[in-house]
Each structure stands twice: as structure tokens, then as C-alpha cells.
Design a protein around this ligand. Structure first.
Ligand code: HT7
Ligand code: ZN
Length: 876
């Protein structure tokens, strides 16, 4: 396959200032007539050919200015249309008719059908599956779209922008016309047509513009759209208040579909969502679902300014819209909920998904320099690390200059297809700072390491801190440059308060942030009378991995006293991780396992600490996942021993705190009506975390089944089911709960996804057969991405002992299933295949079996570009 390189970027010879599309919808033969106003860019030779992108298209008609184009002046293949003889005039109208079969489009890119609804997905390169076009984000066009369909089959006809016309036609057909006044790239085009239920509302912007809001969902599910609507209204208000950004069309529509490759899509004025991120009711959605819906509704809405009004010049700049928009949705959720809890959750996600990517064969810079398949670059690095980079800009500049920079960005680049350089320049312009070293965060892959040690001299009242940075090599980048790392810190005194110091030398320190720029810094603080405990990377100010030479008691101290809540959580989490790793090593060495009493006691104290939010306590008490521990062990990993070490710690914590945990568990029972707010969710989270511990004690399965049966909402029901299946798999109680859940929710595919996922993530070798069996369940469908992700995706990427079986049968299943999914949907198959990205960290037997599995996929004929790209990079 072709490799695309950033340095090869060149503007197109032609532009398409206006696009008129006319769709005559039918399942097997949809007719699309595109009328493109084409203009030649200034200075381009009139003999320059016009080459349009296509993907599997069938050309039916081609005209220039209303006249058929002679056969010898164009060349059409399914994947491109080249026009050689082009009118000398600067502008002409090109009419292209294509015919599509949406019903047989299983890849879910371009125009397809989901549950009988016509819908589109055009990012990144799906528009070329609809018509021939300059399908690149720097070609912006004003769209007018006419849709014609059978009135009974598709009473609803939606596209981008504002509705301008509609009416009835003969033979039970009807039409609608939409006009979007904002020039946009083709990836933001959307169409939806079908028979859907609707929830409506209206919103008035600060400047008085009235906007009609519509959320479209399957009939009968109208009562599940209220939370998404509320999240949308709050997002609109927040963007006005925090970023000064108002909505700009008369309508904003959001449609939920069941077959969708990703989470949602920010098409201008017509967001299309995976229904998993819209539908919510206490009976069917967990607190985590509510929080995701809020975040994703906000994310897509925020794209209206960061992505749509200002788009990307090319796909290498993807983080320009995604990293920035993730940062904006993180800030929104932090403002709506608890900032500290939100931050901890973000960092856990970053470490679980981005760190392994950055530390494995798929590592790439936040702004990649080359790709073979752009769909494979919608990654945790582009999104989550991209957001961390924006956060660091704010940390370095301060909130006020950051906002000034954002204002300048919107003012200077509204209507542009911009680059990361444009983005960085606005912050340099408002602050007068040089961000060239900082820009490496966009250009260089890999997680930087910081090693820190400190010594205190009481006689001189000096604290000396030694800091060393290193950036490990990553694929095709063996030599790394030194980064600018903003490290928020505090010197914590014996009373838990930060100690002031007289002066500092050896690094720039501003507003509690130490700027690491060199390979090594010796930082001297004077006027420090008592030995402080160093609290570093507060709030996770930089996405680095940090090793600090702490005295063992320092981590205990920080876990109890650090004024920065994130760092307090971090200290306790490090203690837990270290304890699991020690148990892992003892398991491997056949030695008895021992856990420090102090750690077990601290768990009990955190659980009861009324000064801490419930959600914080729940997060603190959640043991690091097996994959988190494995990442810290980093090589020659035996997943079974990790599991044994983690389980042993859980049991010891439960035993040591049984009384305290039981009492708290009882006290936290809620009798009032369900509300999805953060405080209530926090109570449920803590109670369910305690249940997980208590279930390990005698009578635990019965307790968990009681919890399951008493549950009045999905959060508690799913949590109890997970405890039963994961801690008491095969028990009578687990079987009873699984059957009851299935009987109650069997007809709701989104809820059954939870049932699949819980079973697929049950530890142990038996899960493979269970997953194979569940693939035959009536609620499973290999063509639906949500089903595939919940059963197969979660098994492959979140089940260390079940998937990474020492006999390699998990990998054989992986080969078979990935190839089966790929036949229909290469994008989903490629994403599934990333489950193997850390194969080189495993012990040697598993490594070899994993390599054989990857080679077996690689040797297949006719592999899609998507899957081949992931497999070959993973093996490289
Ligand atoms: N910008 C959207 C990305 C997306 C996507 C990309 C490739 C294939 C299918 C897709 N669906 C959505 C989502 C977002 O980041 O907001
Ligand atoms: Zn996005």
C-alpha cells in the first residue's frame, strides 16, 4: 500500500466552492447526482488534470456545464476519476452521477443502512464512497443537498445546515432540501433518512439566536434521550461561558444509530451517534454510561468550533481538532462534576490506552509524519495525549493567556484548514514565549521518563533535587531530542501543608511549576528548614512516567496528606501497584506472599475518610488493573502470576477491613430515587467497590447475589453481576444472576453488551470457550461493531489470563475472529487487532505463540489496507 507523508503536502490544483447533491434513496440502487462548481486555483496551468477521489464507485453519467464529457477526455475507475480536457474558464460545473447500494455496505463508511435507516459516515475518507470528489479536508465547499425517498420508509430526511424546502411527490415519495452556509470539508457531510422517533427542545444563544434542537432515536426510546438533550444544552452554554463560542445555525440535530464504527461524528449541524452514547435510563445505563454520554455529546458539539469552523489542512493535523476537542470535553466534564475525580479518571485512561501505544510497536507522534491508513490514526495518542499537550500549553501560559491564545486562534483561523504550527503560533503571539522546544510534544513519539531524587541538608536548610529526563526510542525514531516538561510540584511539610522556600536555582520555577528542559537539572531550594516530602507531577501536569526515589514512608505520607488530590491518589495507587508487583515476584518464585499491615490499614482509613468524596475513595480503592501492573513490570510478563498477586492483595485488604467495609457498605445503601448526578454516582461507586472486596469473604457470593437482586438501577445490577462472574464464576449464584439478567434485558442489545462484556472479561482459561459459545447467542451479531467490541474486543484487550492463555488457543481464536470481522468491516477488524500491540512484553512462550498468530494474519491473501497496516507495524 501507499505511504502518505506530511512533507509531501501540496494544495490541490482545483477547488470546489459549491456542491449540490441530489440523492434518490433506495436500498440497492441509490442515485446520487453531484453538481460540483469547480474552480482552478490561481497560477495553475489550464492543462492540469483534475483528479477526483473515489472508492468503489460506479459512474453513470458525467457532464461539464451540462454537456456529456467525451469518452477520451476522462478516465474513470472505481477509485478515481481523471479529467484531462478541462474548460479554459476559471470555473465550470461538473455533473457526476453515481449509483450506490447502501444495503450491502457492511464497512459502515459512506452511505449505509443501520436498522433500516439510511445514514452516512464520511470521516476520514468515506465521502469518496458516495461521489467522486476532492476528498481532502483542505477543500471547503458550500453544500446544498436534496434528498428524495419513499415517504413511508423514510419520513425523516436530514442533512447538514438549515432546512430550506420540502414537499410531497408522486407515488408516495417526498423530498427535502438542506443548505449549509458554512463552507466545509467533505468529511463533515452527512445525510440521515428513515423512520425515527424524536425529542425536541430549543436553545437561545447569548446573542439571542434561537436554535431548534432535535434528537432522533429508535421509536419507543424517546424516554431515553432526555439526558443527552440536557448534556447538549449544558455543552452549548458552557462553550459560550468558557470559550466565548456560540452556535451558528438555526437547527442542531443529533441522530442515534445502532451500527457505527466509532463513538460519534461531528457532521456540521447533524451529529451522528453510536446509540450507546445517546440512550440512557436508570434501568439500562450505568453511571459510567451517563458520564460517557455527557462527555461525547459535549465533544461532538465542541467540534463545531474546533474542527468544523476551523478544520484541519490534512489528516496529519488530526490532533488539531481531536486533541483540542478532547481537552475541551475534559474541562467541561470537570466543571460539571468533580475536577479531581475527573482528572484521576482521565489519567487512568491515558495510562491504560495511550502509554501502551506509546511504549509499543504502534507508537507514533501526536502529529504523525506518515501513515498508510488514516483510519488507524484515530488513536489514544492523537486524542488523549493530544489533549494533554493542550493542557500543558495552558499550564505553561496560565489560564488567562491560554484563553487569549484561543480567542486569537478563533479570530485568525475561522474558516481555515489549519495546522499545528498555526495553533502554536497564536500562543507564542499572545505570550511572547518561544514554544519551539515544547512543540516536540507534537513531533516526537514515546513517553518521556523522569528520574528524580532529593536530598535535604538541615544545616544549610537546602533541598537539592536531581532530575534526569530520557525519552526512549520508538519505531523509526531512535534518537530523541530533549523535551520541555512542565512539572507541577510541592514541598510537603510534616503538617501536610506546602512549605515555602527562599530561592530556587537550576531550573525555571513559576507558579508551582518546574520547567524541565535539559537532560539533567540540579535544582537547589534554599530556606527549607525541615525535610519536605516531594510531591511531583501534581494534577498530572505532564504525561510522563516518573520514578522518584522516595523513602517507603514518604508514599504513605503523601497518600494521607498531599494537598493535591490527584497526587494523593497517585501515591496510594503506587503503593498498591508496588504491593502487587512484589506479590507477583513471590508467586513466580514460589514464595509466600506478604503485604504490609500499614497498606491494608490505609485502605480502611481512605474508605472511611469523610473529608474525601465518595467517588475519590472508590477510585483510590480500585486496585490497579492487571494490565496496569503488567505495564509497570514491562517485560517477560506472566499474566497468571499478575492475576494471582492482585487477587491475593484484594483478599488481604478485604480480610483486614471486613468490619469497616461491611458497615460502610450498609451505610451507603440509598433509598431515594435514582439520579445520575456525580455525587449519587460516587456513593454507588464506593458501595460497589466495597462489594467487590466483601465478596471475597465467606458468604461473598450470597452477598453479591443479594446486591444484584436488590438493585434498582443498572449501575448496581451490572456491578453485582461482574462481581459474581469474575469472583465466583461457575457458582450457582453467578448462573442465577446471568440468567436473570438475560431474561430481563435479552431484547435490548445495548444492555446485552454489558452481559457479553462481563462474561468475556472473566479471568481464567475457561473464558475462551464461553466467548465462543456466546458468539452463537441470538443477541450477538458479528456485523455490529458494538457487539464485536463488547464480546471479542473486551476479551482480547481486557482479559489478561483468558486471552493470553499459555497454550496459545486465545491467539488462534483471535486470528480466526479478526479475519471473520475483516470480511465485513476492515476498520473494526484493525482496531480489534491492536489488542496484540504489547506482545513483546510477554514471557517467551506466549511471545512466540503471539508472533505466529500475527504472521498467520499477515500471510492471508487480499488483506485490507487497514488490517495489514496494524499487523505489519505490530510485527516490525
Ligand atoms: N471525528 C470523529 C471520528 C470518527 C471516525 C473516524 C473514522 C471512522 C469512523 C469515524 N466515526 C467518527 C469522532 C470524534 O472524534 O469526534
Ligand atoms: Zn473528536
Amino acid at each position: 500500500g501507499q505511504t502518505f507523508r506530511l512533507e509531501d503536502y501540496r494544495p490541490s490544483d482545483y477547488l470546489i466552492p459549491e456542491t449540490k447533491l441530489d440523492f434518490t434513496l433506495s436500498e440497492h440502487a441509490t442515485r446520487v447526482v453531484a453538481e460540483l462548481t469547480v474552480s482552478r486555483r490561481e497560477g495553475v496551468s489550464p492543462t492540469a488534470p483534475l483528479v477526483l477521489d473515489g472508492d468503489g464507485l460506479v459512474l453513470k453519467r458525467l457532464e461539464i456545464d451540462g454537456k456529456p464529457v467525451s469518452a477520451d477526455s476522462y478516465h474513470a475507475t472505481p477509485d478515481s476519476l481523471t479529467l484531462r480536457a478541462i474548460p479554459a474558464a476559471d470555473r465550470f460545473v461538473l455533473t457526476i452521477e453515481t449509483e450506490l447500494a447502501p444495503a450491502s455496505n457492511a464497512a459502515l463508511m459512506g452511505l449505509y443502512r443501520s436498522n433500516g435507516v439510511y445514514c452516512t459516515q464520511c470521516e476520514a475518507e468515506g465521502f469518496r464512497r458516495i461521489t467522486y470528489f476532492l476528498d481532502r479536508p483542505d477543500v471547503l465547499s458550500v453544500y446544498t443537498v436534496r434528498i428524495e425517498a419513499d415517504q413511508a420508509e423514510a419520513p425523516l430526511l436530514l442533512s447538514n445546515g438549515n432546512p430550506v424546502d420540502s414537499g410531497s411527490l408522486e407515488k408516495g415519495r417526498h423530498f427535502a432540501v438542506w443548505h449549509d452556509p458554512f463552507p466545509k470539508p467533505s468529511y463533515l457531510f452527512a445525510l440521515v433518512a428513515g423512520d425515527l422517533g424524536c425529542v425536541k427542545d430549543s436553545y437561545t444563544t447569548t446573542s439571542g439566536r434561537s436554535v431548534e434542537l432535535g434528537i432522533y432515536i429508535e421509536h419507543g426510546k424517546e424516554n431515553q434521550a432526555g439526558y443527552a438533550m440536557d448534556a447538549l444544552r449544558r455543552s452549548m452554554r458552557w462553550d459560550e461561558e468558557v470559550f466565548g463560542r456560540e452556535y451558528d445555525l438555526d437547527v442542531f440535530n443529533l441522530v442515534a444509530v445502532s451500527d457505527f464504527n466509532m463513538g460519534a461524528m461531528e457532521n456540521k449541524g447533524l451529529n451522528i451517534f453510536n446509540d450507546k452514547y445517546v440512550l440512557a435510563a436508570e434501568e439500562t445505563a450505568t453511571d459510567a454510561d451517563f458520564a460517557n454520554i455527557e462527555a461525547i455529546v459535549a465533544h461532538e458539539y465542541f467540534h463545531n468550533w474546533t474542527g468544523n469552523r476551523i478544520t484541519c489542512r490534512d489528516w496529519f493535523q488530526l490532533c488539531l481538532k481531536e486533541g483540542l476537542t478532547v481537552f475541551r470535553d475534559h474541562e467541561f466534564s470537570a466543571d460539571q462534576r468533580s475536577r479531581a475525580v475527573k482528572r484521576i479518571a482521565e489519567v487512568r485512561t491515558l495510562r491504560a490506552h495511550q502509554f501502551p501505544e506509546d511504549q509499543g510497536p504502534l507508537a507514533h507522534p501526536v502529529r504523525p509524519r506518515r501513515y498508510r491508513e488514516i483510519n488507524n490514526f484515530y488513536t489514544a495518542t492523537v486524542y488523549e495525549k493530544g489533549s494533554e499537550v493542550v493542557r500543558m500549553i495552558r499550564t505553561i501560559l496560565g489560564a488567562e493567556l491560554f484563553r487569549k491564545g484561543m480567542d486569537l486562534y478563533f479570530e485568525r483561523h475561522d474558516g481555515d484548514a489549519a495546522t499545528i504550527e498555526d495553533f502554536l503560533t497564536v500562543f507564542e503571539d499572545v505570550s511572547g514565549r518561544d514554544l519551539s522546544q515544547f512543540a516536540l510534544w507534537y513531533h516526537q513519539a514515546g513517553t518521556p521518563n523522569l528520574s528524580v531524587s532529593a536530598s535535604h541538608n538541615p544545616s544549610t536548610a537546602e533541598l537539592t533535587v536531581e532530575i534526569e529526563q530520557s525519552v526512549p526510542p520508538t519505531p523509526s525514531e531512535s534518537r530523541k531530542r530533549l523535551m520541555h516538561i512542565p512539572l507541577a510540584f510541592g514541598l510537603v511539610g510534616h503538617d501536610g501543608k506546602d512549605i515555602a522556600y527562599a530561592s530556587v536555582e537550576g531550573a525555571t520555577v513559576e507558579n508551582g511549576v518546574l520547567h524541565v528542559r535539559k537532560r539533567s537539572h540540579t535544582v537547589r531550594f534554599t530556606g527549607v528548614e525541615e525535610r519536605p516530602v516531594l510531591s511531583l507531577n501534581r494534577g498530572f501536569s505532564a504525561p510522563v512516567s516518573l520514578s522518584v526515589e522516595h523513602k517507603p514512608e514518604d508514599l504513605f505520607f503523601l497518600a494521607s496528606h498531599d494537598s493535591d488530590e490527584f497526587s494523593r491518589w497517585q501515591a496510594f495507587n503506587t503503593l498498591l501497584t508496588n504491593a502487587v508487583i512484589a506479590a507477583y515476584r513471590n508467586t513466580l518464585g514460589d514464595k509466600p506472599l506478604h503485604f504490609e499491615e500499614g497498606l491494608l490499614e490505609l485502605a480502611g482509613r481512605i474508605a472511611q475518610d469523610e473529608r474525601l468524596e465518595h467517588a475519590f475513595r472508590a477510585l483510590a480503592l480500585t486496585l490497579p488493573a492487571e494490565s496496569d501492573v503488567a505495564r509497570d513490570i514491562s517485560h517477560n510478563i506472566d499474566p497468571d502470576a499478575v492475576h494471582a498477586g492482585r487477587d491475593a492483595l484484594a483478599l488481604r485488604i478485604a480480610e483486614a477491613n471486613s468490619g469497616v467495609f461491611s458497615k460502610l457498605y450498609d451505610d451507603l445503601r440509598m433509598s431515594d430515587a435514582f439520579t445520575p448526578d456525580a455525587a449519587s454516582a460516587g456513593r454507588r461507586a464506593l458501595r460497589n467497590t466495597l462489594l467487590d472486596f466483601l465478596s471475597l469473604l465467606p458468604g461473598g457470593a450470597v452477598k453479591a447475589l443479594d446486591h444484584f437482586q436488590a438493585a434498582t438501577n443498572m449501575t448496581d445490577r451490572a456491578a453485582a453481576l461482574a462481581v459474581l462472574v469474575h469472583r465466583h464464576g461457575g457458582s450457582e449464584q453467578a448462573r442465577e444472576a446471568l440468567a436473570a439478567f438475560e431474561a430481563r434485558h435479552g431484547a435490548d442489545p445495548l444492555v446485552m453488551d454489558k452481559w457479553f462484556m462481563i462474561q468475556a472479561t472473566a479471568p481464567g482459561t475457561g473464558t475462551l470457550d464461553a466467548v465462543r459459545g456466546l458468539m452463537k447467542h441470538a443477541a450477538f451479531s458479528i456485523g455490529n461493531p458494538n457487539r464485536v467490541r463488547s464480546l471479542i474486543g473486551s476479551f482480547a484487550s481486557a482479559n489478561q489470563t483468558g486471552f493470553h492463555r499459555a497454550d496459545g488457543t486465545g491467539y488462534a481464536f483471535f486470528v480466526e475472529t479478526v479475519l471473520e470481522v475483516e470480511k465485513r468491516n476492515p476498520q473494526v477488524a484493525a482496531r480489534l487487532a491492536t489488542a496484540m500491540r504489547s506482545w513483546r512484553s510477554l514471557e517467551l512462550t506466549r511471545q512466540e505463540l503471539a508472533r505466529q498468530a500475527l504472521l498467520a494474519i499477515q500471510s492471508q491473501d487480499g488483506l485490507s489496507a487497514d488490517l495489514r497496516d496494524i499487523i505489519e507495524r505490530t510485527l516490525a
